[in-house]
Design a protein around this ligand. Structure first.
Ligand SMILES: Cc1cc2nc3c(=O)[nH]c(=O)nc-3n(C[C@H](O)[C@H](O)[C@H](O)COP(=O)(O)OP(=O)(O)OC[C@H]3O[C@@H](n4cnc5c(N)ncnc54)[C@H](O)[C@@H]3O)c2cc1C
Length: 267
């Protein structure tokens, strides 16, 4: 998840205003006009870029922390929230697209969060604005960026759903993987599951290996599907985090494993 907060023009003004708040209060405590001006000055527009796991939760949290005068906008690619961790279940048919997606227009409207589904083309930090894909602009005082991963299938020739492998990184990939899972059940054969070097998150590869194992058992074809797990991790269970749990437990998994040294791990 790429996330960052850029302070905007208005944000600095808010701090400046806070610093002088007591003086303003002293000078014009009774002045309704000045009070109205102060309220106007401190109003801020917060923009969240990306409505995935990070952006949506951020927007909800922000809404609770903002003042009534502040406004909140989420810019996303489309109106749909998709729960990424459930993608493996979609790939083996345990869930459908509708089960793991939510239409954000209604839930955001209920929480007074504006939604711009056009997607962002460019962030213009010097101007405190985001250019959308339709050529329109959204101005901000604070920008929170949560646009998710840039999937690097291009780094390994043939990798990814446009190449020769299946993916559960995105709901569309998982949907595309499902007919291939069905084909595997109809005509069982060897399967390789894994993650590649440079991946930021290895857990889903293990998760998918076990989900696939269960789904094949339920389809009563597991005995006809030799499974191999391939990973660049220095040891099984490293997960890109230098280990979660005991590696010896992982080596008892019912599949052959090839690590970055190229040597198979004991079954
Ligand atoms: C199979 C799998 C299982 C996982 N399981 C777990 C788990 O159990 N626990 C866990 O903590 N994590 C898990 N993860 C990781 C977790 O899903 C990600 O870390 C998380 O989804 C990242 O959230 P995000 O908001 O950064 O990105 P995403 O959820 O990918 O959301 C990014 C959003 O930004 C939008 N966007 C992108 N570009 C633009 C643009 N130019 N303009 C507007 N919008 C844009 C996209 O449309 C999307 O809505 C799993 C990941 C996978 C793939």
């Amino acid at each position: 998840m790429l996330s960052a907060i850029h302070r905007g023009r208005y944000g600095r003004q808010v701090i400046e205003t806070d610093r002088h708040l007591s003086r303003i209060k002293d000078d014009s405590l009774e002045s309704g006009k000045n009070r109205a001006n102060w309220m106007e000055e401190t109003m801020a527009h917060i923009v969240v870029l990306g409505a995935g796991l990070g952006g949506t939760i951020m927007a909800y949290e922000m809404r609770e922390k903002l003042r009534a005068s502040d406004t909140l906008t989420v810019i996303n690619q489309g109106t749909t929230y998709s729960f990424v961790p459930s993608n493996p279940w979609v790939a083996v048919g345990w869930r459908d697209r509708d089960d793991i997606t939510v239409d954000l227009s209604t839930v955001f409207a209920r929480r007074k969060i504006a939604l711009r589904p056009e997607g962002a083309r460019k962030v213009l930090p010097k101007e405190n604005r985001v250019e959308l894909n339709d050529g329109s602009f959204v101005d901000y005082d604070y920008l929170i960026i949560a646009t998710g991963p840039d999937l690097a299938f291009d780094e390994v020739p043939g990798l990814g759903p446009d190449g020769y492998t299946q993916s559960v990184c995105h709901i569309d990939h998982a949907m595309a993987a499902r007919p291939n899972f069905d084909a595997l059940v109809k005509k069982p054969g060897p399967v390789i599951v894994g993650a590649i070097q440079g991946a930021s998150c290895y857990g889903p590869a293990y998760e998918f290996a076990f989900i696939l194992d269960t789904a094949l058992r339920r389809a009563k074809v597991r005995d006809q599907v030799p499974m191999t797990f391939v990973t660049p991790e220095p040891y099984v269970g490293h997960l890109g985090l230098d280990g979660v749990g005991a590696p010896s437990r992982c080596s008892k998994a019912p599949c052959a494993t090839v690590t970055s040294s190229g040597s198979p791990m004991p079954r």
